[in-house]
Design a binder for this molecule. Sequence first.
Ligand code: ADP
Ligand code: MG
Length: 318
Amino acid sequence: MNAIETRDLTRYYGTLRAVNRLTLSVDREVFALLGPNGSGKTTTVLMLTTLLRPTEGSATVSGHDIVRDGEKVRRSLSYVPQDMAVDIKLTGRENVLLYARLYGIKNPKDRIDELLAMMQLTDRADDLVKTYSGGMRRRLELAQALVHEPEVLFLDEPTLGLDVAARSTIWEHITALKKGGMTIFVTTHYMDEADRFCDRVGIISKGTLLALDSPQTLKSRLGNDVITARIDGEFKDPDLEGVKLFSFSNNEASFLTEKGREALPHLADAFTKTGVIVRSLALREPTLDDVFLHTVGKVEEPMGFDQTKFRTMLRRRK
Ligand SMILES: Nc1ncnc2c1ncn2[C@@H]1O[C@H](COP(=O)(O)OP(=O)(O)O)[C@@H](O)[C@H]1O
Ligand SMILES: [Mg+2]
């Protein structure tokens, strides 16, 4: 039995379908649900942590049904919400103690000391949390979440709003927990972090899971090379054979190709012939961002780039 199993998990808010027949298994890994704002990430986590009832479908956490065995599910997991879960008017130690009491842990002192040390908070444990930095608060939330030794840890946007150094510290802790055998389910919209630190990612858009695999597999499935062209003025896809346009935004067009080095000069020529003014042309390996744009671009979806422009452009190609 995997730590998390979902089957056709679905949630409506009124007529809005926020999560649509989500089926996946997660076990002893760092799994990231990746998607733009409003794609259904938090709703999924709320259902899996029993805070929200599914409309349809089912799921188990540590083998317990999230609807029928809510109590057992809650015992086996911890959840750190996107918004702050600590009390800023208490000290770090008091915050962890509060959780230890809530979970009925006997003689919690050693456990609390251990967790505060693990999260590098020993020195500041007796200071009020309102004096903590964002990174320290997140670490304190992790300490709290670990008090009852959960099997499964849910983190909703764990690095949102943190500086670069604090982010990598959080990911180091997440990685260490995974090595200890924990199953970690995170949501994020930071592609680069998911790429570096997660074993597998699920790409969700408008509640529907569109891709599910390791970042490496998703990238290699996309193709060998990506060519990005920054252009001035009107853009027209040169429509070269074996060079597929997959995104266009802010005067930057991205193409997928198997042989980037060979395609590069041909693409430059083709642009010149079509009268497109190229400012720069660059060859690189695919990133998870590319995978995301390519995947999400397949469905109607408000995206980071100018969708209307892109659609018009694609229409013009036909
Ligand atoms: N309590 C709610 N009532 C109505 N609609 C909601 C509620 N919570 C979220 N939504 C909507 O459901 C969709 C998914 O939201 P959410 O799960 O929060 O997405 P994400 O976490 O990926 O940003 C969004 O369109 C959002 O506006
Ligand atoms: Mg969210």
